[in-house]
Design a protein around this ligand. Structure first.
Ligand code: GDP
Ligand code: MG
Length: 742
């Protein structure tokens, strides 16, 4: 089983770790399966709640045996027969024992490292590995168990002392980098095969003297010349009976020893030296503060730095580890975050692409929840790492997710804005339509006010539901202001539309009125004698003479009525005086167009000819009392005919020009329409017909505008009328003769 592991990608199984995990093999290669092992042992998520203990000492001094007894591990031990090194490289195993309960209970998650025996017997000249593994153990372990035969105590030249010299040297080398970054360690001397004849206090005394001697003999780096060994290490000592000779006692003592691998605090009175045989060994100050999930990576980095003979720089290692792990943790915490946020982002993007801007319900709650979980899980996992790096990465992570959340929020505000404006505009238009359908009367101003209020309320509640409280980017005051502004703009536009509708209604009303009243005036022409009193000889009857005056009056009255109604309605929905003025100006012009159109209709040749004929017949065929004439041969048919014909013919020049009888000149159309208001826009003028004498640049005079029939047309009309009249005359003549023959 030694050194054989599942390849990358294969799932490691407990069988692979029967003897623990060989974290560094005999070729000094670091094992990639360490994370899998820690995972399997349930340590990887333990945070700081784990402990690292190393053992070293000369080979074949029962180190592996001791660990197996103490921790229930299965490190390979040398069989009693062959005396050959079994532990190669560095092995690790989790504590399998639970010594005692209650206050004596062992600490959780103790990881034990069994370091290759180190007197170089098997590795020959390879002192290199000894040094490297010592450095590695020192950099990672809280407690270094130094395993030593009792009979070796005091043998200063013994192999163990050589190893300790290495440990101290290495330790000083570490301190060169940063005195604060290397925590204290506990050197725990386990004296094996103790006969019990020499008291432990004496053994301790001897060992301490030796250690101090080694320390004094070390060449210390600059600035550390005066340092004492106790500045860096705590010491504890225990003596164990001979395992072979006193197996029961051995086991008993080991059992007792196991209970000391529990967490505790140092008695300040006995700082540095643990005398008491039941004191806890695992003190907080020994902990390396590398989170369990970062340990494999950290250990690997440390080992590789050691193995490549680089100066071991633990602070840098810790920073690198922190960076790497924080990045990994970031990725991990982003998974559940993305599960919530990505669908929202996609939904929003689809909405934008489809031009359909719907708001996402409960966005604020979802964003706040996802963010809170993300940050909390990041803090939980990452805060154990190097503070500077962790803080920086947290800011990085916050910036990253806040950027996305902000974009979502703003997208949401845009959607709320656009759909709000849209809904508002549709609601107003709909209400107006409904009002038109029902009674035709509705209060546009009220509709706009109430819809605006609703739109603002809706926007506010949508914004409220999208806010992440405490996030500086989820302040929406500015958006609300923009929204309010656009609502006002849209209201303005809708009001303009309403003005147009009002104008159209007014124009239609004017047109209908004129159709009726002007038509009536023209119909009066059909009767030659209607109107007040009989006209004096040679004079046109009042109805004919005053035709244009009456049309003008009826026209101006009608328009003025429409104007006052228009003004009232426009004011009711807050149209500005300028807008009203423009509306009235347009109404006057359009009304004039309507009148002009009505006149033209009446003046169509057929219509007019019919009217003239009626006018003529009325004069010719009826007497002054309105009684139809029965022609007799004695009647002055010709005289009557000539008078009636001439009278009707005189109508033609009268009709040809729109003139007021009083002044014999055209009505003051230009003054009546008035100057264009200063606010008039191109759009306002777009659908307006030019009016002669009003729009002078059109090259058409007022006279032109008032010319109803051209001279040619009038001439033509006269000729055709005469022919018609002649026909009537012939018929009269005939009937007179016919009456005689009867
Ligand atoms: P390691 O090389 O230091 O790990 O030593 P091992 O645990 O492999 O043990 C080496 C030999 O020492 C084995 O044959 C053990 O049976 C024996 N051994 C183990 N513990 C003791 C002990 O407490 N006293 C003595 N005298 N022998 C022991
Ligand atoms: Mg061993």
């Amino acid at each position: 089983m030694n050194g054989h592991f599942a390849g990358v990608g294969e799932q490691a199984t407990p069988a692979d770790f029967e003897h623990g995990v060989q974290i560094v093999d005999q070729d000094k290669i670091f094992n990639e399966n360490l994370p899998a092992y820690l995972q399997l042992e349930g340590v990887i998520r333990a945070g700081f709640n784990y402990h690292l203990i190393s053992v070293f000492g000369s080979q074949s001094t029962g180190k592996s045996t001791l660990l197996n007894y103490l921790f229930g591990t299965h490190f390979g031990v040398m069989s009693e027969q062959e005396r050959r090194q079994t532990t190669k490289g560095i092995w690790m195993s989790k504590n399998k024992k639970e010594h005692a309960q209650g206050s004596q209970k062992m600490a959780e998650n103790i990881l034990v490292m069994d370091v290759e025996g180190t007197d170089g017997r098997e590795r020959g000249e390879d002192q290199d590995f000894e040094r490297k593994s010592a450095l590695f153990a020192l950099a990672t372990s809280e407690v270094l168990i130094v395993n030593i035969w009792e009979h070796q105590v005091g043998l200063y030249q013994g192999a163990n002392m050589g190893l300790l010299k290495t440990v101290f040297e290495v330790n000083l080398q570490l301190f060169l980098k940063d005195t604060k970054s290397v925590p204290r360690s506990l050197l725990f001397f386990v004296i094996r095969d103790s006969l019990g004849t020499t008291p432990l206090a004496n053994l301790r005394q001897t060992l301490i003297q030796d250690l101090e001697r080694i320390w004094t003999g070390l060449s210390k780096p600059q600035g550390l010349e005066k340092s004492r060994i106790q500045d860096y290490f705590d010491f504890a000592f225990v003596a164990l009976p001979h395992k072979i000779l006193q197996p029961e006692k051995f086991e008993q003592e080991v059992q007792k020893l196991g209970t000391r691998f529990r967490e505790g605090y140092k008695d300040p009175k006995r700082a540095g030296l643990m005398d008491e045989q039941s004191e806890p060994l695992l003190l907080p100050e020994y902990h390396r503060r590398i989170p369990a999930d970062g340990f494999p990576m950290y250990a690997k980095g440390v080992w590789e730095q050691i193995d490549s003979n680089k100066d071991l720089d633990l602070p840098t290692q810790q920073e690198l580890l922190a960076q790497f792990r924080c990045d990994e943790i970031m990725k991990e915490v982003l998974v559940p975050f993305d599960a919530v946020i990505v669908p929202l982002e996609e939904q929003q993007a689809q909405g934008v692409a489809a031009g359909k801007l719907t708001t996402l319900p409960k966005l604020g709650k979802m964003m706040a929840g996802a963010r809170q979980v993300l940050i909390a899980s990041f803090v939980e996992a990452a805060s154990r790492y190097h503070k500077g790096v962790y803080k920086r990465k947290q800011t990085e992570l916050e910036d990253k997710v806040d950027g996305r959340l902000k974009a979502l929020f703003q997208g949401q505000m845009t959607a709320a804005h656009k759909s709000g404006i849209n809904d508002f505009s549709e609601a107003v238009t709909g209400a107006v339509k409904a009002g038109q359908k029902k009674a035709g009367s509705y209060d546009f101003h009220k509709i706009v006010q109430s819809e605006k209020e609703k739109a603002l309320k809706r926007f506010d509640s949508e914004a409220q539901a999208s806010v992440v409280s405490g996030a500086p980017w989820s302040d929406y005051k500015q958006q609300l202001n923009l929204y309010r502004k656009e609502l006002d703009e849209v209201s303005g536009r809708l009001r303009k539309e309403e003005m147009r509708r009002l104008a159209t209604r007014s124009e239609r009303w004017v047109r209908a009125k004129l159709d009726e009243s002007v038509g009536l005036e023209f119909n009066k022409l059909g009767s030659g004698r209607a109107g007040s009193g009989a006209p004096a000889e040679g004079q046109k009857p009042a109805t004919e003479r005053d035709l244009w005056d009456r049309i003008w009056n009826v026209f101006t009255d009608t328009v003025s009525h429409a104007e006052s109604r228009f003004t009232d309605r426009a004011r009711s929905f807050d149209a500005s005086p300028d807008e009203v003025e423009v509306g009235l100006w347009r109404l006057r012009r359009k009304s004039w167009g309507a009148l002009r159109g009505k006149i033209d209709e009446e003046m169509m040749e057929g219509n007019l000819l019919l009217k003239l004929r009626e006018n003529f017949e009325d004069k010719f065929r009826y007497d002054d009392e309105g009684v139809p004439r029965i022609w007799r041969p004695t009647d002055d048919i010709e005289g009557l005919y000539t008078r009636a014909r001439e009278s009707t013919l005189e109508l033609i020049p009268l009709l040809a020009r729109f003139r007021l009888s009083q002044t014999s000149s055209p009505p003051p159309l230009d003054a009546w329409i008035g100057e264009p208001p200063s606010d008039v826009t191109a759009a306002d003028e777009e659908d307006l017909q030019p009016i002669g004498g009003v729009d002078e640049e059109e090259g058409k005079t007022l006279e032109d505008e008032m010319t109803i029939l051209s001279d040619g047309k009038a001439q033509d009309l006269s000729t055709r009328f005469k022919k018609t009249a002649d026909g009537v005359y012939v018929e009269a003549k005939r009937s007179a003769i016919g009456g005689m023959t009867q």
